[in-house]
Ligand binder design. Structure first.
Ligand SMILES: Nc1ncnc2c1ncn2[C@@H]1O[C@H](COP(=O)(O)OP(=O)(O)O)[C@@H](O)[C@H]1O
Ligand SMILES: [Mg+2]
Length: 131
């Protein structure tokens, strides 16, 4: 049984190909990492996988309730980026999604908070996609 399937997915922005013929199956309960240089299309792929964007062509199927924790945009509020990210991840896990997608969750976390995240995610038994 699959949590997410992508079949020959194409997506372009302003005529520039971002994703070309992407075919991938993510099994329920699988824990996967998405790795790539800045600007290659990881966040775009996440938006497609959660149904926020529609592909130009190809099919995407999503099986279950998805929560996406977006890449943090740092603003001038008084709380640190790390605290904000931890709160969002906590809220997301408390909502018990079938599929959890984290977009660069460790970008603002120091070592202590990275260890907290690893521990926290070890108790999540749904499908996990970490960019
Ligand atoms: N709304 C948008 N308008 C124009 N260009 C975009 C938009 N969203 C993303 N891009 C471009 O698409 C490419 C992929 O972006 P993104 O998926 O955010 O990459 P990543 O998450 O891997 O850093 C980048 O070159 C980015 O500049
Ligand atoms: Mg990104």
């Amino acid at each position: 049984m699959h949590a997410i399937t992508l079949n020959k997915v194409n997506y372009s922005i302003d005529g520039r190909d971002i994703l070309t013929q992407v075919t991938q199956q993510i099994k329920i309960g699988e824990r996967i990492g998405v790795i790539g240089a800045n600007g290659v299309g990881k966040t775009t792929l996440a938006h497609l996988m959660i149904g926020d964007l529609s592909p130009d062509s190809g099919e995407i199927s999503i099986n279950g309730r998805v929560i996406y924790v977006p890449q943090l945009v740092v603003d001038d509020s008084d709380r640190s980026g790390g605290e904000k990210m931890m709160q969002r991840i906590n809220e997301s896990l408390n909502n018990q999604p079938d599929i959890l997608v984290l977009d660069e969750p460790t970008a603002n976390l120091d070592m202590t908070h990275q260890n907290w995240l690893i521990k926290r995610l070890s108790h999540f038994y749904g499908t996990l996609i970490v960019i």
